[in-house]
Design a protein around this ligand. Structure first.
Ligand code: C6P
Length: 396
């Protein structure tokens, strides 16, 4: 049996999404900016896709959703665009992010630090979530942007986005949220959350890879990252990825239709797996079930390096991860576990299991059996298990 439990890294393309994309590869392949019929015949599908995106996140007609190549691009665009608009050409010099943001946010901020920008990395509590009052304390009249994720990709913990949005609005500071792990898993309403910018990526909600988006509240300027033609109203140049946009629109529509399924069925299977893991001695799951997106578990299995566990699971056909896919080749300890205060050897024992609406009960039952056996076997041959430290975080 092959079981895919790495859905926070990427998801299977929903067959209905794929079906809608197919005609735009070999039949209606014209450049939508061309004036001939080959160009214009994709326009209705593009309009429909944009409507699906607007509806999916509750954007208003006057707001903008700009299609990009992925969330990494959207994130870099916001952070560097704000740098040009508010720091180079303005009087601000400060950005606030949480210390558990995705590397796309952290690396872009480190880059700006090299250019003289002050960046505050907000600490998180032992559940891996920022406490809202800390944000209030750090905002100054020099703050250009607050960027805090909607849900964390490793723990699945949901951040208090509405409260953060309200504080940013009250203080007159722009607010970007990385919505990558929230879209398609929980309701995402950019109006309710007072979001100014939101990044998302289609392949995290059963759409294709290579296409994402940036929501921009009406009236906000943002210097482009890509200069060129007048695509996307001049905000993001480059020939439109028609099949990708059509696929992302359909994927968004289906994701919203399936939110109840996520909340009930995906969560039920996730909880079944989680309950079984909790019965294995000396395992710690990060963050409360109630405050997590329905599909994610991040667990520390005492005495077992995450990579050893992955290898064992993989041998049995099960795909999981030790955390972010983009950091998994580095064999470093899990940075979110470190941020919540776990000692280094504990942060090496992270295992992330992430389900989707395509995960079946049979797959979860199989995973439970394999996981239990793997823990027994790996602990029996581990030279460090007997001496491994108890779970302890310094920030409780
Ligand atoms: N996280 C993970 O395994 P891209 O690669 O550009 O489509 O998405 C980047 C990204 C941004 N923000 C968050 C919260 C994310 O989870 C990701 C992608 C994957 O956790 C791959 S590193």
């Amino acid at each position: 049996m092959r079981v895919y439990l790495d859905n926070n890294a990427t998801t299977i393309v929903d067959p209905h999404v794929f079906e809608d994309m197919v005609p735009y590869f070999c039949q209606m392949y014209g450049n939508p900016n061309s004036l001939h019929q080959f160009g214009s015949e994709s326009h209705p599908a593009l309009r429909k896709a944009m409507d699906q995106l607007y509806t999916g996140i509750n954007a208003r007609d006057e707001d903008d959703i700009v299609v990009t190549s992925c969330a990494t691009e959207s994130i870099n665009w916001v952070i560097k665009g704000i740098y040009f608009d508010k720091i180079v050409n303005g009087d601000k010099n400060h950005i606030i992010v949480s210390e558990v943001e995705h590397p796309a946010v952290i690396s872009a901020c480190k880059f700006l630090e090299g250019l003289g920008v002050n960046v505050t990395y907000l600490p998180v509590n032992s559940d891996g979530v920022v406490e809202v009052h800390t944000l209030r304390d750090f905002i100054t009249d020099k703050t250009a942007l607050v960027s805090i994720m909607w849900a964390n990709n490793e723990t699945g913990m949901i951040f208090p986005i509405e409260e953060i949005g309200a504080i940013c609005k009250e203080k007159g500071v722009l607010f970007h949220t990385d919505g990558v792990q929230a879209v398609g898993k929980i309701p995402v309403d950019v109006q309710k959350a007072n979001v100014d910018f939101m990044s998302f990526s289609a392949h995290k909600f059963h759409g294709p890879k290579g296409v994402g988006g940036l929501y921009i509240r009406a009236g906000l300027t943002l210097s482009p990252l890509f200069h060129g033609g007048e695509h996307m109203g001049g905000r993001r140049s480059g020939t439109l990825n028609v099949p990708g946009i059509v696929g992302m629109g359909k994927a968004m529509e289906l994701a919203v239709e399936n939110l109840d399924f996520e909340k009930n069925n995906v969560m039920r299977l996730r909880n079944k797996l989680e309950d079984a893991i909790e019965l294995i001695p000396e395992t710690i799951i990060i963050g409360t079930k109630e405050q997590r997106v329905p599909n994610t578990i991040l667990v520390s299995v005492k005495g077992i390096e995450g990579e050893a566990m992955l290898w064992d699971l993989n041998k049995n056909g099960i795909a999981a991860s030790t955390g972010s896919a983009c950091a998994s080749e580095a064999l470093e300890s899990n940075p979110v576990m470190e941020a919540i205060g776990a000692e280094a050897d504990l942060a090496h024992t992270a295992l992330r299991l992430s389900l989707s609406r395509f995960t079946t009960e049979e797959e979860i039952d199989f995973t439970i059996e394999v996981l239990k056996n793997a823990v027994t076997r790996l602990r029996a041959i581990s030279s460090t298990y007997a001496y491994a430290p108890e779970w302890h975080v310094s920030k409780l």
